[in-house]
Design a protein around this ligand. Structure first.
Ligand code: NAD
Length: 498
């Protein structure tokens, strides 16, 4: 039975007054499992106002007490790890092991946030001028907003609110309308963890709701993760209204395989990178760049290995390697790239289209060989289980392919040659680099450093940069005047004068 997804406003779960709703699917079965409201500007403003009301008390709560909520949240999440993973699989469609890994990455963000008080400490320099001391302090910025994509229903919200909240801010989450259920579960767990009402709030919707958040005068900071077109629009709209914005966008990630690479290991890493989560990851390998003579054996091994992966519905089924795509229209769009490839003269070496009447939105792994730089497969984010193969005569040509790409999220090299690895690390045009690692996604303690059209803003999500994003500094200069009858001599240095 499908249910209506509630809003969380000032500690109260309530049904939206919006007339319009969007269906939430189980992508493994095609069944509608919930309806999510499409909130307008008024309802969105009301949720922001609730977050603003909770701000004075929460920002005055000692930082260590704020952090303790994260310890309790961590415990609850660990106890309910399996149920959380099942929920992610149910609304997103990724395999259960992939959902468990997502919960784990999210838990790490909670661990990082629990340690944030030591990153909130300021700097001091006593006697910066005669009798004058200087110090900086980190203050919360105010009401923070998170707008998240469908591909990590649990982890991407956890990239944002734990750090924002421990920094003393209150938070409004606008989850993807395709996967709102994990976000709602996180709201319930935060309540159980003892977070005061109004510190964490949830609103649902699409563009009107996002515009309502961006235009609201009480919103101070916006964290966005999603496609490049929307990331850019959100960034531009937010900064023109004086808000801090960090907006992570889409990607086109390259995997460079040098002639000396271990073929077997590389094929497994490439497959995990390109077909994990059915290719719906911003760090998914999208283009394999085969350098020199490794091209032909690589394509053969890749087709054999990828062709053996088990494709199927993921809910109630552990024996699946590649699950469904999020929606039928996305499946159609991704599969359409195979026709585009053939039309542009590339070679569809492995076609994952399925001749079955499966209810789920399934597409098996695909390999497209002989992709050229001007083709759409080389330039556009596909976001599905399609790996394009380009050929390059040497590493310099592989680096040039990277320079021609407008995105800049991740890139990996597979090699046994330390110098080639170093050249790649130094010169590839992307912000996250893997050396013999297929998905170089940083863990919570490091920033998620996308470049170019993969990120708009200054301070990235995760790590110390996120603490800086969610705080503003205050600098204080202090001077106490000596009274006429004070004749002070520093007792520490007294003896050294004698
Ligand atoms: P999306 O851009 O369609 O949606 C992201 C969010 O923006 C959702 O909450 C959605 O409701 C909202 N939105 C959609 N259209 C909007 C509009 N016109 N105006 C205002 N808000 C709008 O992205 P998606 O399809 O949910 O997610 C997949 C994309 O996210 C891919 O491009 C992927 O690469 C990217 N992504 C990037 C990262 C990263 O760290 N760079 C991480 C995960 C996903």
């Amino acid at each position: 039975m499908s249910t209506s997804v509630p809003l969380l406003e000032g500690g109260t779960w309530r049904t939206s007054s919006a007339d319009e709703t969007v269906d939430v699917f189980n992508p493994s079965t095609g069944e509608v499992i919930a309806h999510v409201p499409v909130c307008g500007a008024d309802e969105t403003a009301s949720v922001v106002a609730a977050a603003a009301r909770a701000l004075p008390e929460w920002s005055a709560t000692p930082a260590v007490e704020r952090a303790r909520v994260m310890f309790r949240l961590h415990q609850l999440m660990e106890e309910q790890c399996e149920a959380l993973a099942e929920l992610v699989t149910r609304e997103h469609g990724k395999t259960l092991p992939e959902s468990r890994a997502e919960v784990q990455r999210g838990l790490e963000m909670v661990e990082f946030a629990a340690g944030v008080p030591s990153l909130l400490m300021g700097d001091t320099l006593p006697n910066i001028a005669t009798d004058v001391d200087a110090e900086t302090m980190r203050h919360p910025v105010g009401v923070c907003v998170g707008i998240t994509p469908y591909n990590f229903p649990l982890m991407v919200p956890l990239w944002m609110f734990p750090v924002a909240i421990v920094c003393g801010n209150t938070f409004v989450l606008k989850p993807s309308e395709k996967v709102p259920l994990s976000a709602v579960r996180m709201g319930q767990l935060l309540e159980e963890a003892g977070l005061p009402a109004g510190v964490f709030n949830i609103v649902h919707g699409g563009r009107a709701c996002v515009d309502g958040l961006l235009e609201h005068p009480l919103v101070a900071a916006v964290s966005f993760v999603g496609s490049t077109a929307v990331a850019k629009a959100v960034y531009e709209k937010g900064i023109t209204r004086g808000k801090r914005v960090q907006a992570a966008g889409g990607a086109k990630n390259h995997l460079v395989i040098m002639p000396d690479a271990d073929l077997d290991q590389s094929v497994k890493a490439l497959s995990a990178s390109a077909y994990g989560c059915a290719g719906q990851r911003c760090m998914a390998g999208s283009v394999a760049v085969a350098v020199g003579e490794i091209g032909d054996p690589l394509v053969k091994e890749l087709c054999d290995y990828a062709g053996s992966l088990r494709v199927g519905p993921t809910d109630k089924n552990e024996d699946v390697d590649v699950g469904p795509l999020i929606r039928p229209e996305h499946l159609e769009r991704v599969a359409g790239y195979l026709d585009i490839a053939a039309g542009e003269g590339a070679d569809v070496a492995l076609d994952g289209r399925r001749n079955t009447t499966d209810a789920g939105f399934l597409l098996g792994p695909c390999v497209v060989d002989q992709v050229q730089p001007q083709m759409r497969l080389a330039r556009e984010e596909i976001f599905g289980p399609v790996l394009s193969v380009m050929r390059a005569p040497d590493l310099e040509s592989a680096l040039a392919i990277g320079r021609g790409c407008p995105y800049g999220n991740g890139a990996s090299i597979f090699t046994r040659d330390g110098y080639a690895a170093r050249q790649f690390k130094q010169h590839f045009n992307a912000g996250m680099i893997g050396i013999n690692v297929g998905v170089p996604a940083p863990m919570a303690w490091f920033p998620f450093t996308g470049w170019n059209q993969s990120f708009f803003g200054d301070l990235h999500i995760q790590g110390t940069e996120s603490v800086h994003f969610y705080t503003r500094q205050k600098m204080t200069l202090t001077r106490w005047f000596e009274s006429a009858d004070d004749s002070f001599q520093d007792p520490v240095w007294k003896n050294s004068k004698e």
